[in-house]
Design a protein around this ligand. Structure first.
Ligand SMILES: [Fe+2]
Length: 287
């Protein structure tokens, strides 16, 4: 059973809060919904936040928050954490955190995780000036203690394997059934290294507008327009240089049926982008 229902939010530390808010509003098209102390909350729909940006000496992702749907989900999660012997800290501080109830812990790879339910909802979505972003879709990071971490997310938290690229990239889905809510990458790292987060937009027009507007605003792309083989989504990746990760926008990301069979895919360029597939030699017409 899937305990995790969806990716809720990503928390990032930043030395310059205004710079980070500018990047994710100007390029990311998110709106700042509230600032509490040194924390800025940003979203593009009725969820109170998809990003938590907080002032810190260390730049970068500081926690990944997952929605477990309700009190039963959180109780089931705590039972798993007890079984795994993972210590956790439980809290209820909606006044400052804007979620009703949560637990925080480190997964077996050392990533800081929050499981919560009851995120505050806004009365209406912010006006995104022609861009429709429907969802915070997925997060991906490289993890040490790799197979134990993988086992925790699959057997403990109920993620199902969608596809994997050899032993290097494991795409997993949770309750919302999108092809991947979580991507775990196997690399030689001694602590978790956050790779990217991804927002789902409604259409190719939204994607291209956000791409072109971001470039005009001076943002850099790490990967330009491509179509991934595993999920089928079309996407672009912007660089968040200060916090050393990318943020992706994509559309046409598959939701999986119950009878989906996970595939093992080769680590070739056309798996990352099917438009890089070699074409056959040209046909010669002899007259
Ligand atoms: Fe992605």
């Amino acid at each position: 059973m899937a305990i995790v229902q969806r990716l809720g939010y990503v928390s990032m530390g930043t030395r310059d809060l205004d710079e980070a808010v500018r990047l994710y509003s100007r390029v990311g098209r998110l709106a700042e919904t509230e600032r509490i102390g040194d924390t800025a909350f940003m979203t593009a729909n009725r969820d109170h936040h998809w990003l938590r940006l907080h002032k810190a000496e260390t730049e970068g992702v500081s926690r990944v928050g997952w929605d477990v749907g309700g009190p039963e989900g959180l109780a089931a999660a705590c039972k798993v954490l007890d079984e795994w012997g993972l210590p956790y800290e439980e809290g209820k501080d909606p006044k400052n955190e804007r979620v009703e109830h949560r637990v925080r812990f480190k997964d077996p790879g050392g990533m800081d995780i929050e499981l919560f339910y009851g995120m505050y909802q806004r009365a209406s979505s912010p006006d995104m000036h022609g861009i429709k972003i429907s969802k915070l879709l997925h997060a991906g990071w490289a993890s040490p203690n790799f197979y134990e971490t993988l086992r925790f997310w699959r057997e403990g938290m109920g993620f199902k394997l969608s596809d994997r690229v050899e032993e290097a990239a494991w795409f997993m889905h949770c309750g919302d059934r999108y092809h991947h809510g979580l991507l775990l990458q196997q690399m030689p790292v001694d602590k978790p290294v956050f790779g990217h987060l991804c927002f789902l937009v409604d259409s190719l027009d939204d994607l291209m507008r956000i791409r072109n507007h971001g470039l005009k605003s001076g943002a850099k792309l790490s990967r330009d327009i491509l179509r991934h083989a595993p999920s089928g989504s079309v996407g672009v990746y912007f660089v968040d240089a200060a916090r050393r990760h990318d943020f992706e926008f994509c559309y046409d990301h598959a939701q999986l049926p119950d009878d989906h069979q996970a595939r093992i895919l080769p680590a070739t360029p056309e798996i990352g982008d099917i438009w890089r597939n070699d074409l056959p030699d040209p046909v010669t017409f002899v007259h």
